[in-house]
Design a protein around this ligand. Structure first.
Ligand SMILES: [Zn+2]
Length: 272
């Protein structure tokens, strides 16, 4: 009788897990839907495969095999699909800017590119792979703005990127090995790019607490810039330089090995 009771309890426990816990199929569907939308709206005509990892870390990465992994922890961490589009767009940004190719040249078969860290315990888990990564701060800025382009053209509010960046650069954020620029700089980089290129979207605003917190943080810098003619001119020059750099990179990508030719389509599109 005792044995039957234990078995019954175990069955009930498993049932509870199955019904209330994680649904990996639904998660993969969610990631695939957003990923496909980003690819289609931006005329990205090569295959990027989306995968979901069942790990609890708040993390995502892209690799040279053009796979984008999104962790379970990250899926539960984002506010909504728009922020998730920001994550996936950022990872696509690493691929289309050739950051993954750079990693490939270095011989890292499983190159870990993007790591969004918000919990201390993730450091040990991905510390080794991050150390192997030769990602620069510039790569991160580039991936952020490409993500903004990709999500905007797919109908997502690009301000969700600002909201997301603020969330991942919160109290527990660790600027590991300095591969990831400090939160405020990264948020400003994204915000400025949106202001210059997607002014109408900026005017509409965004309603998450995280976005509002980000604005509070960067507002003094923005107001200072707006009040100064010199700083405004500098801002415009920087943005123009950024667009030219994007165009130049697109052309450079065209000259790389045939495996990467496909990326030119995207970069050219994004540059235009
Ligand atoms: Zn990244």
């Amino acid at each position: 009788m005792k044995k039957i009771f234990v078995v019954l309890c175990l069955m009930m426990f498993n049932f509870a897990l199955a019904t209330t816990d994680w649904n990996s199929e639904a998660a993969l569907k969610r990631v695939n839907t957003i990923g496909s939308k980003l690819l289609k709206a931006n005329n990205v005509n090569y295959d990027i495969e989306f995968k979901v990892s069942e790990e609890e870390d708040v993390n995502a990465y892209a690799n040279i095999d053009k796979e984008i992994y999104v962790y379970k922890g990250l899926l539960e961490f984002v506010n909504n699909d728009e922020e998730l589009a920001g994550v996936i767009g950022h990872e696509m940004g690493h691929i289309i800017n050739g950051h993954c190719a750079k990693q490939g040249v270095l011989g890292t078969a499983f190159a870990v590119i993007a790591s969004m860290i918000s919990k201390n315990e993730t450091v040990t888990a991905i510390g080794t792979t991050l150390a192997q990564s030769k990602l620069s701060r510039t790569d991160e800025f580039e991936a952020d703005i490409s993500g903004i382009d990709l999500m905007s053209k797919a109908g997502y509010n690009p301000l969700a990127m600002v909201s997301l960046l603020n969330k991942i650069s919160g109290d527990a954020y660790i600027d590991i090995l300095q591969t990831h620029p400090s939160g405020e700089k990264r948020i400003l980089n994204a915000y400025n790019y949106i202001e210059y290129n997607y002014a109408s979207k900026l005017a509409k605003g965004y309603s998450t607490d995280s976005y509002k917190k980000a604005l509070t943080m960067i507002n003094p810098t923005i107001q200072k810039r707006k009040a100064s003619e010199k700083l405004t001119t500098k801002f415009k020059k920087e943005q123009e330089k950024l667009l030219k750099k994007k165009e130049k990179r697109a052309k450079k990508m065209q000259g790389t090995s045939s495996a990467w030719d496909g990326y030119f389509t995207t970069l050219q599109y994004l540059a235009g």
